[in-house]
Write a protein that binds this ligand. Structure first.
Ligand code: FAD
Length: 639
């Protein structure tokens, strides 16, 4: 075979590695797959099947060094060699840095993963500050193979555009399917004729996504989140007006001497800001300057200064009105930004800052209102319709908007996506939905407070398991009651004791296997009090259930007396029947009455006076006896 033909895949791989736009990356990857005669439909999706073929066919030193990195990451035990989520189908909305990085995790877990992106270009020159663990994470995935300059020396930042290019390439190699120019509109619930979760996209008749069935849907679509069912809360700080601008980097000698400013605030360096004000009448609270593909500046400007310099035309108390397009003089904004850049870089008067072009072909300078930052009230929900569950979640700016000048966007974004991947894993393992949600929401409570200083510092040990990253993790910080509304199900589950399955009483439902989620119920009842093995089994069973309600039955002798433990057990199986939070420990009789009513009215259980008496009487004996008696009664009822 002629040498040029043998070399072709490696040459195409080189073209793919060096591609610098969304379109050329996708095209060069398609070319590569075509030359390697890879048919996605034939090899299947998920289980890293595409990646395995690529690693066997591409053997240049560059590809091998990349495989070595990805293989190492892929060995983490959570992934189970790419089979942990082999039956899971994920749809991610948005190919921003966080959506793409999550797609990589889904592929490593072995899921089929489709990403839809409404844009057709990666055009954001703006620069992200990277926390040290993000740098380690990206290096471990082979970022330097694609971008040799990545994190050289003290440089801890990268343009959003470049980061998207790197992550897109890694995602494609791992088998993620990415579709540009596709906008997610809304979900489509399963029906009898179309029994899976799907979504409406634009264009409506897309050959792949319009018929894609999935069971995990993640909103990674930035601050204007489009997934329904998630509420957002506003954090209103004092008025903060951010300006970002990018100038062409001509790499001249003078530019090479510009010193980066990794973040300077007026309270820490008043001299810098006083001089700036004296020389230019510009009043800033902070400024960051990074030298990248462009000269990138982000600064927070004082309103009065913007009014004085004619950038803002009229003062209004409302921030949105103040920064409305018709109240901002764009040419003055450009002058303002250039003057600040000139001062910050100490450039000579001969040096002219030339604006880079933005997505719309105009000068890349923008003014943002940081007065209101939004965060989602919850990070996840599980919806069940016609027997099909879907896990929905938010990541990145959709989940938690950060104040860019502090540089926490990517740092928190990556933490949040790892936590989401962990929830996907638990969901794929058929953990009970309430358990998945309790853990996800408990971990989410830690996110906004996380900093490089208060999280674990052995970055090489970081995985999707939150315990490897958060220092003080309590994955049961939320109670079931607090998150119960996040599980939206139209089914009424019943317990199939023979197989320990939860099945629906509805017809036309696929049984959902949840053996991991429920403590197995002992198959036979203890016949007498001497059967210690069976009693231990019962006690264990009770303990494990009530533990998730922060009830300790051994120490808390009142837990059965006031019926809380009993209610917890019922609630564990049927959270829809009992408002557990409303129960009061000091009102045992009323609690018992609620319990008996539920058993009789809702569960149609044979709860006669004899049974009631034996239950209440058992509450007066020793703790062990109470547990034993109660367990027997519960088992009788559940059978
Ligand atoms: P994004 O990067 O916002 O990505 C979301 C993606 O979802 C976008 O590509 C969008 O086109 C796509 N999308 C949205 N809706 C849909 C839909 N319905 N269907 C399909 N696709 C959809 N951070 C900094 O640290 N410094 C900065 O200077 C800075 N400048 C920024 C400038 C702009 C204009 C924006 C939008 C963000 C900026 N950020 C900046 C924030 C930073 O980009 C994010 O924190 C970071 O990119 C992680 O965001 P993400 O992946 O969650 O979302």
């Amino acid at each position: 075979m002629p040498t040029d033909v043998i070399n072709k895949p490696d040459e195409l791989f080189e073209i793919f590695v060096n591609a610098q736009t969304f379109k050329t990356i996708l095209h060069s990857f398609d070319d590569l797959c075509r030359v390697l005669r890879i048919d996605r439909k034939l090899i299947g999706y998920g289980k890293r099947s595409l990646y395995k073929i690529l690693t066997s066919k591409l053997t240049s030193w560059k590809s091998k060094s990349l495989w070595a990195k990805i293989d190492k990451r892929g060995l983490q035990k959570e992934y189970e060699n790419g089979y942990a989520c082999a039956d899971t189908k994920v749809c991610i909305v948005g190919a921003g840095p966080v959506g793409l990085r999550l797609a990589i995790e889904c592929a490593l877990l072995g899921a089929r993963c489709v990403v839809v992106e409404k844009r057709d270009r990666f055009s954001r020159h703006n620069v992200l500050h990277l926390w040290p663990y993000v740098i380690t994470d990206l290096k471990n995935l082979g970022a330097k193979v694609f971008y040799g300059k990545f994190a050289t020396g003290q440089i801890e930042h990268i343009s959003i555009r470049q980061l998207q290019c790197i992550l897109l390439k890694i995602a494609l190699l791992l088998g993620v399917e990415i579709y540009q120019n596709v906008t997610f509109i809304d979900t489509i619930e399963p029906t009898l004729t179309q029994p899976n979760w799907r979504a409406h996209f634009e264009p409506v008749s897309h050959p792949v996504v319009s018929t894609y069935d999935f069971n995990v849907l993640i909103g990674a679509d930035g601050r204007r989140n489009s997934l329904h069912g998630f509420q957002h809360k506003e954090f209103r700080g004092k008025l903060a007006i951010g300006i970002t601008c990018n100038y062409v980097n001509h790499h001249t000698r003078e530019e090479q001497n510009f010193e980066e400013i990794s973040g300077v605030a007026k309270i820490y360096n008043p001299q810098f800001f006083n001089e700036l004000q004296q020389q230019t009448s510009i009043d800033l609270e902070n400024i960051v300057y990074y030298k990248n593909e462009t000269h990138y500046f982000v600064m927070t400007a004082k309103k009065q200064s913007l009014l004085d310099k004619g950038v803002i035309l009229q003062d209004y108390p409302d921030a949105a009105r103040l920064l409305a397009r018709d109240n901002v003089k764009f040419s003055q904004l450009c002058n303002f930004a250039c003057e600040a850049a000139q001062f910050a870089t100490k450039s000579t008067s001969q040096f002219k800052f030339e604006f880079a072009e933005n997505h719309y072909g105009t000068a890349d300078v923008q003014m943002f209102d940081f007065t209101s930052l939004f965060h989602a009230v919850n990070a996840s929900r599980i919806v069940e319709r016609n027997g099909k569950q879907i896990l929905m979640g938010l990541v990145g700016d959709s989940l938690l908007e950060s104040f860019w000048p502090t540089g926490s966007g990517a740092g928190l974004g990556f933490f949040g996506l790892f936590d989401t991947a962990w929830a996907i894993l638990k969901f794929a393992k058929h953990e009970h939905p309430l358990k998945v949600l309790v853990e996800r929401e408990s971990v989410y409570m830690l996110l906004s407070q996380s900093t490089p200083e208060n999280t674990k510092n052995n970055y090489q040990l970081y995985s999707i398991n939150p315990a490897t990253r958060y220092q003080s993790l309590n994955s049961k910080m939320c109670t079931i009651e607090e998150i119960r509304h996040l599980y939206d199900s139209d089914s009424i589950p019943t317990i199939d004791m023979n197989n320990n399955h939860i099945i629906s009483t509805k017809t036309n439902r696929t049984p959902v296997r949840r053996t991991q989620s429920f403590k197995q119920i002992p198959s036979t009842l203890p016949s007498n009090g001497n059967n210690t093995e069976k009693e231990t089994l019962l006690v264990d069973w009770c303990e494990e259930i009530v533990d998730t309600y922060a009830i300790e039955i051994k120490k808390d002798s009142k837990a059965f007396q006031n019926s809380l433990a009993f209610c917890a057990i019922i609630h564990h199986y049927r959270p829809d029947l009992i408002d557990f939070k409303s129960l009061q420990p000091d009102r045992p009789i009323s609690n018992f009455q609620i319990l008996f009513d539920i058993m009789h009215d809702q569960l149609s259980l044979p709860i006669d006076r004899k049974l009631q008496n034996s239950l209440i009487l058992s509450m007066k004996s020793s703790i062990e006896e109470r547990i034993r008696q109660s367990s027997i009664v519960i088992l009788q009822l559940l059978y």
